[in-house]
Design a protein around this ligand. Structure first.
Ligand code: COA
Length: 160
């Protein structure tokens, strides 16, 4: 039986923290769909196709990973892909309340879907996409947090 899971998020942009969760998940799943949410309410810096493209590039060498964008409910996307497991990264206690609420809401929307939490390496437990965007905007380097090509994309967008 193929073990399938979805790792969902906004990925605006993808960071080493996300890539760490993807690598950890691949130890347990044969097929991992990285589901990039449109997340229009978060007013993303990168468009959905741009975020999908960046994630596809940086996960290109990882066997079993497929990257897809989606709009609408995550449980709807999971049902269409016939996947019953959603992976979320849990960085710190501050993530817990929001994740708890989201996991239980998703379960209410579709009782056949379970959420599993994975902790990224402590080296990335404080990283967030917003923080990375702010650093680039203010002229700093984010090489420690994102692959070089993602830093280049950020500079192109934020330092015109
Ligand atoms: N490493 C580094 N940063 C991480 C991380 C990790 N492992 N895991 C999360 N983050 C950061 C992200 O960079 C992001 O930072 P930001 O807020 O500064 O941009 C933050 O944590 C949360 O981002 P993310 O994990 O992408 O979650 P999200 O809250 O943006 O998205 C969705 C959550 C997309 C899964 C959720 O909104 C969703 O399912 N949307 C679809 C609509 C739906 O079904 N709604 C009902 C849900 S109950």
């Amino acid at each position: 039986m193929t073990r399938k899971a979805i790792y969902a998020g906004s990925f605006d942009p993808v960071t080493y923290g996300h890539l760490d969760v993807i690598s950890r998940a691949l130890r347990f799943f044969d097929e991992l769909t990285v589901a990039v949410a449109a997340s229009q309410d978060k007013n993303p810096l990168f468009s959905l196709p741009e975020r999908v493209d960046m994630l596809s590039r940086v996960t290109g060498g990882m066997e079993g990973v497929c990257v897809e964008g989606f709009e609408g409910l995550l449980t709807g996307f999971a049902a269409k892909r016939e996947v019953k497991l959603i992976i979320r990264g849990l960085r710190a206690l501050t993530d817990f309340e929001y994740e708890f609420q989201m996991a239980l809401t998703n379960r209410k929307l579709d009782d056949s879907v379970e959420t599993v939490f994975m902790m990224p390496s402590e080296a990335f437990s404080y990283v967030s996409s917003s923080m990375i965007k702010e650093i680039v905007k203010l002229g700093g380097s984010v090489r420690a947090f994102v692959p070089l090509e993602i830093e280049e994309e950020l500079k192109r967008k934020l330092r015109k």
